[in-house]
Write a new protein. Sequence first.
Length: 384
Amino acid sequence: MSWGKITAEGIAEAATLIDVPLRRDRMQWIEAATRDAIRHFAWGIGDNNPLWLDGDYANSSPWGCIVAPPCILYAVDNTVVAPKLPGVQWIYAGTAWTWFEPILINDSFRVEAKLVGQEEKKGRRFSSWLLQTGEIRYYNQHDRLVAIAMGRCARTPRGDGLVKEGADRLAVREPHRYTAEEIEDIEAAVLAEPRRGSDPLYWEDVAVGDAIPQVVRGPLSIVDIMAWYSAQQGAQPYGGVHGDALRYRQRHADYHVNKSTGARESAGRGHLEARTGGDVGMGGAYDIGPQRISWAQHMLTNWMGDHGFLHKLDIAVRRPNLVGDTLWWRGEITGKSIDSGRCAVELGLSAINQEGAVSAQGCATVLLPSRDVGAVRLPLPAAD
């Protein structure tokens, strides 16, 4: 088997793990939604919603206690399912989330994870790459299914000489330079982000075509990325540090050679170091896909308020979001429906960067209270 390359043999070996339960100890950062874990996750995505942070406020909400941001489940399991193919880069491609009930303070979890499929693809830059999809099921302390995440990872060749002939490897670029006026406008937009809070948003009061208030993130800094790591995963998915990291790399042959030192290190350092980010084909230091998806969740929970419930969120990560980039997360209502007493709103979502390029996009389903029933706790969707 060729290290760092996509081969028929490697694809076949990975396929033997389809539908096989996988160990997830390295994917887990927290086991329970403690007050500290909730606070740290909210801080890590820049979300100061009092429903997550203020006990007195949350106790008077429809849920009766502090609630966790739905995407905190990334800290319970990071949804990366990318087995086998030693030395082949994995790039997060997106998540399809379905939540069945809110995550309340001190809920604890167990997970079940497996690879459910993989698809070989051809691209402009690589002769062959692989899209692997994993399913992660989150069960709480009552053994109820709280959520399902379908995590998608692109597996691409790593290192020199693996780009298809005639294709250009993404050049490392300097961070975008903003004018003082642009920075002022970005900061004003960030500080103006509205939050619905305790004022109920009713299903009858929204219409197809309505835009929801945007959330702005950027210019992205290394500190923003470090805040995400602190809240969501630390170094665990990369094998840990020191002796733990060495033992992980010996078992999995998953590493990137630091060209400056010659040492075998985690390719994850490309999120923090422009040169490595360029070497793995991203064009510089870049954010983490679930981080970007959690910003979309922040926009939706701001808009729907304390009485709403985020049922589904499916986001595809389309291109690198580099240090220095700014994203405008936006959404528009695309449909409304009522099923089994649940009033649902469908939304189309997109994240646009400062160059007008689509960085990520997808859709969501939010359940809202109805005026026919009043602003009461919603009937939640049934888990399968």
